[in-house]
Design a binder for this molecule. Structure first.
Ligand SMILES: [Zn+2]
Length: 799
């Protein structure tokens, strides 16, 4: 018998524990437990009995409605993202604001002391009041599982003044309420208003509204509670993808919107004026407006040839001109407001691979009134018999034109270059695009479950993390007839240089609605955020290095790599919705991917550095109902600036640390109280600024209780529930914790803690390890043969 020294044995066992981490197959967790919970399901499960399921009424409010200017907000709504919010929710709220900026005239800004503002916090469930209640702080709750963009848009539409669509006075003409199928006690949720209290703004009843209940709302069994009088709409009601056209029409009417902040132009070339675009005089050929070209395209992209006497695109016939000939199509002059733009368009190359399309920008400034020409992107590639979506990022700050320059190359061309469905907006382009072609064939032939799962090509985030998206075409075995989608970290070239576990990257997966006009798209999306302290079922860090917590997988060319566990949803989109709108067009779907660092949202919002003005006169109080007499006077507005550091630890603002073995200070999460009357903004240096909601105490007491800062290690004292609380500083891979920030923690320690707790069961682990390694190898070789053959078409990184 061989005897080991105890330390050597322990070390060896530790290594075994670490080696044993890879799971046998790719695992996935569902953000929402795999249940497609609508707002009302979430709130009902929490036992909330709010008005119409998700509306908070105040004492003054009867069945008042959007009628009346008093209930409107200014065009720019001040908001605060409270510390209690989950990080994924914070990122998504900002994304929802971007949709408002693109499609309406409503804008949002971080609160800077304005009288009325919306405090978005993580309460129980998803809910809002209706309209501007003129009460100073107005709460809007984005609770657990409410972190979906459609849900957030829905709640903010309440705040902007809208009731549910099915409570319109004329709803009985369009839907039938099945009263006997409604849970008893919930019937009032199906009340309707007469037209003196609710204004439908002369817009038709909208089955597609994001404000409509689904057919299952408040049901007592399995039968629907709402039946649409036009049967085709039975499964349409209850969509939570994005605003419908009528939602936007109503919102824009109520707020007299004439333009939006970030939309610039859309053109499908259906009108003969080609949206004011012009043929340049500096070239030797022209683009033509056509509906068909013999060598392709056979149809335009807008209508796919389905509409008679319409369906045009712009074409540069390279087969008819000599080598080096060019044709330039210029946009009209455009006026940017934000300084960054995304240009997107569909491109078809039926010429030769040497034919090229260049995208230029002419920018006009006072120094260069005739314009400066800048080449933005060169698009080349082999001819293909389909339209391809392209994104081009611009960063233009002065008035400008976009130029499409086609250039005839050296090779033999039988066709040419075509463009269609251009959209220009002042938004961020998606980082990556996954185009899946022959999608109906995939739908028809893919089995449900893992055998019908396909993976995207690998992509890199700008921070260097490699990732991949998995898509179940016909659903998971638990949840068939749905698209299921998951985001995985995978092993990549930079892994040794990166911080692990991966911290606070938000991955957004968008199934693109390919409507030609970006404002009318109702794309479906979900986001996942990498919480560095989240653990999997084996107490590994969920977002740790894929070669540590992942399993072996293979690219189509046979190269092995490690794929980490996936996070996403098995209820991404029903097939019924997938087949609606323009999700599938030219038999292809596009999945747009963006992975961005949202760690700057860890800090308390607003991130401006306000200063205090003690003021005993009531004339300058934030709001009349407040008993405190403090006026917040922010000196700067830097809320949009981002920090580039990437803390791996959850700082005191995180609310998602409950599963961690060693978390941050426990005092961190309770910053919100009910019925707040005053918001007090404290001044802090140098680490964070912070804001707190107070209930009753007079201002002098508030300041006194923190006056002798009890916090150590540069911790900041703030008041929560009338008691002083320390906010502790955190760095890249360390943080302070404890009531006074007296203890220091680090990622390193956490790893040790996690591993050493496993040692207590090392004997069992050891046996399991040895057995499972054998099984794993078998499974891998099988998996390689049958399930890793991908049917991916292609990928394209825009930039
Ligand atoms: Zn609602």
């Amino acid at each position: 018998m061989v005897w080991f020294s105890v330390p050597a044995l322990l070390t060896w066992l530790l290594l075994q524990v670490v080696w044993s981490q890879p799971a046998p197959e790719t695992t996935e967790i569902d953000l929402d437990g795999g249940i497609d919970q609508d707002i009302f399901d979430i709130n009902e499960a929490l036992g909330l009995n709010l008005f119409e399921g998700d509306i908070k009424l105040d004492g003054l409010q009867g069945r008042n409605s959007i009628i009346g200017d008093n209930y409107r907000w200014p065009y720019t709504i001040p908001y605060v993202l409270e510390d209690s919010l989950e990080m994924n929710a914070k990122g998504l709220i900002l994304k929802a604001f971007e949709q408002y900026r693109l499609k309406t005239c409503i804008d949002f800004k971080p609160w800077e002391g304005e009288k009325d503002y919306i405090s978005v916090f993580k309460g129980s469930g998803c809910w809002s009041s209706v309209g501007n209640r003129q009460q100073g702080l107005q709460q809007l709750s984005i609770g657990a599982n409410c972190d979906r963009i459609g849900t957030i848009e829905h709640e903010f539409l309440h705040a902007l003044g809208f009731w549910h669509e099915q409570s319109r006075s004329d709803r009985d003409d369009y839907v039938s309420i099945m009263w006997d199928r409604i849970q008893s006690g919930y019937e009032h949720n199906f009340n309707k208003y007469d037209d003196t209290t609710s204004d439908s703004l002369n817009v038709p009843y909208d089955y597609t509204s994001v404000m409509h209940y689904s057919k299952t709302a408040f049901r007592n069994g399995t039968e629907p509670t709402i039946i649409t009088n036009i049967p085709d709409f039975t499964d349409v009601i209850g969509q939570r993808m994005d605003f419908s056209d009528y939602d936007l029409q109503k919102l824009n009417r109520l707020y007299n919107c004439t333009s939006s902040l970030s939309f610039m132009d859309t053109c499908s070339f259906e009108l003969e004026n080609i949206c004011g675009m012009i043929q340049s005089s500096d070239d030797n050929s022209d683009w033509q407006r056509l509906s068909q070209v013999p060598a392709g395209p056979n149809t335009d992209h807008t209508n796919m040839g389905e509409c008679e006497d319409s369906g045009y695109f712009m074409h540069f016939n390279t087969s008819a001109v000599g080598e080096g000939s060019t044709a330039v199509l210029e946009s009209r002059i455009l006026y940017p407001k934000r300084g960054f733009q995304c240009l997107q368009f569909y491109f078809y190359n039926s010429g030769h691979e040497s034919d090229q399309l260049y995208v230029w920008v002419t920018e006009y400034t006072s120094d260069h009134p005739n314009g400066t020409l800048t080449l933005i992107e060169e698009i080349r590639g082999s001819p293909a018999d389909y339209w391809q979506l392209h994104h081009v990022s611009l960063n233009v700050t002065s008035k400008f034109r976009v130029l499409f320059q086609g250039v005839r190359g050296t090779g033999v061309s039988n066709g040419g270059l075509s463009i269609d469905d251009i959209n220009l907006s002042e938004t961020q382009c998606p980082h990556h695009v996954w185009h899946i072609r022959n999608f109906t064939h995939l739908l028809d032939t893919s089995p449900e479950g893992t055998a019908g799962r396909i993976y995207s090509p690998p992509f890199y985030s700008s921070e260097g993390y490699a990732f991949q998206v998995g898509l179940y075409v016909n659903g998971t075995s638990d949840n068939p007839f749905n698209l299921a989608i998951y985001l995985h970290l995978i092993s990549g070239a930079n892994d040794d240089q990166l911080q692990w576990p991966c911290a606070w990257l938000q991955g957004t997966m968008i199934l693109l609605d390919q409507h030609p006009d970006i404002r009318q798209r109702m794309s479906n999306q979900r986001s996942v955020t990498t919480d560095p302290l989240a653990l999997d079922s084996s107490s590994n860090y969920f977002w740790d290095r894929p070669d540590k917590v992942g399993s072996t997988a293979y690219f189509p060319n046979g190269t092995a790599f490690m794929r980490g566990p996936g996070s996403g949803t098995s209820a991404f989109l029903t097939h019924q919705r997938l087949r609606s709108r323009d999700f599938i067009k030219e038999d292809g779907v596009y999945i747009l991917l963006t992975v961005e660092d949202i760690s700057h949202l860890l800090s308390t919002q607003p991130s401006a550095s306000p200063t205090f003005v003690m003021n005993n006169s009531s004339a300058n109080t934030i709001r009349p109902t407040s008993t405190a007499t403090i006026t917040a006077t922010p000196t700067t507005s830097t809320a949009t600036s981002t920090t580039t550091t990437k803390p791996t630890s959850s700082t005191a603002t995180s609310t998602t640390t409950s599963t961690a073995t060693s978390t941050t200070t426990s005092t961190a999460t309770s910053t919100t109280t009910t019925n707040p009357t005053t918001r007090l903004t404290t001044t802090t240096t140098p680490i964070t600024t912070t804001s707190v909601i107070l209930t009753e105490p007079p201002a002098t007491d508030i300041l006194d209780s923190c006056s002798d800062n009890p916090c150590e290690n540069d911790g900041i004292c703030i008041i929560v529930d009338e008691a002083p609380v320390c906010r502790c500083p955190a760095g890249d891979n360390w943080w302070y914790m404890g009531e006074k920030c007296e203890k220091k923690g680090s990622t390193q320690e956490n790893t040790v803690i996690a591993v050493s707790s496993s040692i207590t069961v090392f004997v069992v682990m050891l046996i399991v390890t040895i057995t499972s390694v054998v099984c794993l190898k078998k499974k891998y070789s099988q998996g390689k043969e049958n399930s890793e053959n991908l049917t991916l078409e292609e990928s394209k990184t825009s930039f």
